[in-house]
Design a protein around this ligand. Structure first.
Ligand code: ZN
Length: 212
């Protein structure tokens, strides 16, 4: 309790810092990081089983730092800014506007620990920018172990059957499946397969950053 009060007090008096480079900044992404992030090249489009994978950034430098702060440090403002940059960088002829946006869900345990799902937050900003709905009927039926440092067959086995669609039939919909980071793709492939089973015709994966 005292520690929480002390933290509240410190948050109130401490200068705000950029989520990308930790410099003192009144914006959650400072002007320097904003400019350097805008100058970065777009990662190559990745071929996925149900569509293509589009990332606004490579998972390095200030993007990586800001995503980390957004995911583990409770900095939702940084996530919102990254999501807004993602929509503007992925605009234009590369991507058609979808019928709806779906966030990769977190398991209940992790969602409780973190208090929010970073993918949902990013998806809501993207959906608003494109003026399309968010479908929140994709659920995780069980928690899966973190996907790092496992061979591909193991990773695929870990997430197989980890998702379920609880909404109405998707009737040939074109969807964007949104997550914060695209690593091996095993998780989003499993989620996309569930959406395809529910009737979606094309599922493009849209993320802030991809690990190349
Ligand atoms: Zn910065």
């Amino acid at each position: 309790m005292l520690a929480a009060l002390a933290r509240l007090f410190l948050d109130a008096v401490a200068p705000k810092r950029c989520a990308g480079c930790d410099a003192v900044s009144d914006r959650s992404i400072c002007a320097n990081c904003d400019a350097s992030m805008h100058a970065l090249p777009l990662p190559a489009v990745r071929r996925m089983r149900q569509g293509s994978g589009f990332a606004a950034f490579e998972f390095t430098g200030p993007v990586r730092a800001a995503l980390h702060r957004g995911k583990y440090g409770g900095d939702r403002q940084a996530l919102s800014e990254l999501a807004a940059m993602t929509t503007s960088r992925l605009g234009g002829p590369r991507l058609f506007t979808p019928d709806a946006v779906v966030a990769v869900p977190l398991g209940l345990r992790r969602r409780r620990q973190r208090g929010y799902n970073q993918a949902e937050l990013i998806a809501s900003v993207i959906a608003e920018a494109r003026d399309v709905p968010v479908f929140d009927d994709l659920v995780r039926t069980r928690d899966t172990p973190p996907q790092t440092a496992r061979d591909e067959a193991t990773r695929r086995g870990n997430v197989a059957g980890a998702f379920a669609w609880t909404g109405k039939a998707l009737d040939g919909a074109y969807l964007w499946l949104v997550d914060d980071v695209l690593t091996t793709g095993a998780t989003v492939e499993a989620a996309a397969a569930t959406l395809a089973d529910a009737g979606a015709s094309l599922i493009d994966v849209v993320v802030v950053a991809a690990v190349s």
